[in-house]
Design a binder for this molecule. Structure first.
Ligand code: PAF
Length: 251
């Protein structure tokens, strides 16, 4: 069973005790699913020690109701992580934000589009907490899912721009048999909506261009926030019932 640490003082002692081993890090907000497991498996294969954080980061939620509704499932998460993880860091918001979020990381180009345009401040919150976690965990490698592709690109960009001594490792999206990308939000879909969700990645993949994909998604009953082609990848965000889904496919 993994060791769970909830205070930063105790964590710093744990981290010192790992020297000089290599450390792989998987940051999460909990509500783990098989997609997370694939990140943990990769981290396990490539490092001496695997650290996972579970922190539902308040600064990346622009909608307080969304933060409130976010599933918190620590026991099940520890179960799913099993032997893949050596240490789990579960810090408190008070310890993570001793400055009350007065200091933050802002990226001024990519973060304004797509997810950033629909969730103001979201990426400031993500980049700030990822930088804090990287400083606390000091991993050799950190693992991020390609499902959140814009997040992955921004984290990679931050690591380069701020010269962080960490390798950012992208991991392929894990999909259910019907093609739907694994996500903590899927469990909020009704069975009927979950069945309809498989049209989302299919339409992204099969449409001639982003505009045609957006129109086809609307016709299939999705609310469309955006569909955009970027660097050989088509990214999209849709709403089904009151659940927001994001995905991307290689063109
Ligand atoms: O992808 C996530 O779960 C979160 O955005 C992250 C990277 C753990 C930061 O809170």
């Amino acid at each position: 069973m993994a060791r769970v640490t909830t205070t930063l003082d105790a964590w710093r002692r744990e981290r010192r005790a790992m020297e000089p081993l290599s450390v792989g890090f998987v940051p999460t907000m909990g509500a783990l699913h098989p997609g997370h497991r694939s990140l943990l498996e990769r981290a396990r294969a490539e490092n001496d020690r695997v650290v996972m954080s579970i922190f539902v980061n308040p600064t990346q939620f622009n909608d307080p109701a969304d933060l409130e509704r976010y599933p918190r499932t620590l026991e099940a998460d520890l179960e799913l992580a099993g032997d893949l993880v050596d240490h789990v860091l579960v810090p408190s918001p008070a310890e993570m934000y001793p400055d009350g979020y007065a200091y933050r990381v802002t990226e001024n180009a990519l973060s304004a589009s797509m997810e950033g345009a629909h969730r103001p401040g979201h990426f400031d919150g993500v980049l700030t907490v990822v930088l804090k976690l990287l400083n606390l965990v000091r991993p050799h490698r950190a693992y991020f899912g390609e499902k959140d592709r814009q997040q992955l690109e921004l984290v990679r960009g931050m690591a380069g721009a701020l010269m962080l001594p960490v390798e950012i490792v992208p991991c392929p999206t894990v999909r259910d048999p019907d093609g739907v990308a694994q996500s903590s939000r899927n469990r909020r879909l009704s069975p009927e909506a979950r069945a309809r969700a498989s049209a989302f990645p299919r339409i992204l993949r099969e449409s001639a261009d982003a505009k045609a994909a957006a129109a086809a998604l609307e016709r299939s009953g999705f609310g469309v926030d955006y569909v955009q082609d970027r660097g050989g990848v088509r990214l999209g965000a849709v709403r089904l019932e009151d659940v927001r889904l994001i995905d991307n496919v290689r063109l």
